[in-house]
Design a protein around this ligand. Structure first.
Ligand code: ZN
Length: 360
């Protein structure tokens, strides 16, 4: 238990440092992409890519962390720990593992869920030449979901309107309205953006260079914030009965829940990394899942995000700034040894299962 805790860091700089040391110790090649927007103290921040195993294997597993910036601590710990515990030395011969550390390094360094343009990267992989997906329910609730006035953050009136919406339309519809992705409110929450973000282009480039060519490929994108505390779910966005969904179930069992059947902790989303992964690999047998770990109750997470979004939109200087940022971090990265240990154990298990599934 104590061993795994040492893989968890308290800030982006430490997390990246540990990942790089682990890669060096295991003699792994690392390719680093510098984000055009620096960290909190003006320091450069990077998306780092390590490849375990030879190129041109028939099977490839991609393991990504920090798609949602501040959620990156847990995926970073799993990546770093697996490398330090000798994963490279015990890989099946026909498999490569591509670890992408900090898909959204700006968000990771700034403790934001979104990127440098307030974009939720996991809603950004849409076809930007076509009209963006509509979300009229978000449009209707925009000032409640992302209040622009500080006093509104704590008022019961906003909550009452959300609860009213839930009473009329149900919990799933309310969750979809808030979190499903929206493309009309650049200062709001879950904004998908109107053009491909830097991280979007970088991710696609990494998939093209490191994964394309594999006959069997899998993506495990690690997140936190949805579901019961410490419990991991593999979120699939595949139709029940499809080959990709059947493979996910065969590998990960009952932990797999698909957003297409309304059984997942997540709403069905547009523009995810998983979509981009499938698009890039039309000829491969591809399987994509989000490994999502629960942290705090949904309402508490929403409050943390609302306050942090308000703070950001108002320049970041406020007497509550420290408290708001610390609540944001706690919402996606609970300071609990038990939580971290559970995350580590389930993360390792999910990776082992994907490796076994890819190499049958
Ligand atoms: Zn996430």
């Amino acid at each position: 238990m104590t061993r795994a805790l040492a893989y968890f860091s308290n800030d982006y700089r430490t997390a990246r440092g540990r990942f790089m040391v682990a890669c060096k110790t295991a003699r792994l090649r690392v390719e680093s992409f510098e984000c055009p927007h620096p960290g909190r103290d003006g320091e450069p921040v990077y998306t780092d890519v390590a490849v375990l195993g030879p190129d041109n294997t028939r099977a490839a597993l991609m393991l990504t962390s920090g798609t949602h910036g501040v959620e990156g601590f847990c995926g970073s710990a799993i990546q770093t720990g697996l490398i330090l515990e000798g994963l490279a030395a015990r890989m099946p011969p026909d498999l490569r593992i591509v670890m992408v550390h900090a898909v959204n390094p700006y968000g990771f360094a700034h403790l934001r869920r979104v990127n440098e343009d307030n974009i939720d990267l996991n809603r950004n992989f849409i076809d930007h030449d076509a009209a963006p997906p509509a979300n009229p329910a978000y449009d209707e609730l925009a000032d409640i979901i992302a209040p622009t006035a500080h006093w509104r953050l704590a008022t019961g009136a906003s909550l009452a309107r959300l609860l009213m919406h839930r009473m009329i339309h149900g919990t799933a519809k309310l969750q979809a309205a808030i979190t499903g992705g929206q493309y009309n409110h650049p200062d709001g929450l879950f904004y998908g953006g109107r053009a491909p973000a830097w991280s979007n282009k970088t991710f696609r480039q990494i998939v093209r260079r490191r994964i394309v060519g594999a006959e069997r490929a899998a993506l495990l994108d690690i997140h936190t914030g949805l579901g019961p505390h410490g419990q991991g779910e593999i979120i699939s966005s595949d139709m029940p009965g499809s080959p990709a969904h059947a493979r996910a179930q065969a590998w990960w069992g009952e932990r797999v829940k698909t957003t297409k059947a309304g059984e997942s902790v997540s709403a069905d989303l547009s523009g995810t990394l998983k979509n981009a992964f499938y698009e890039a690999l039309p000829r491969a047998e591809a399987t994509a899942g989000t490994l999502e770990f629960g942290t705090l109750p949904a309402l508490q997470i929403l409050h943390a995000m609302q306050a942090e979004n308000w703070l950001h939109n108002n320049g970041g200087n406020h007497r509550s700034a420290t408290q708001i940022i610390s609540a944001m971090r706690h919402a996606f990265y609970p300071d609990s040894d038990t939580w971290k240990t559970r995350v580590w154990n389930q993360g390792c298990e999910a990776v082992e299962q994907a490796m076994a599934g890819l190499c049958v």
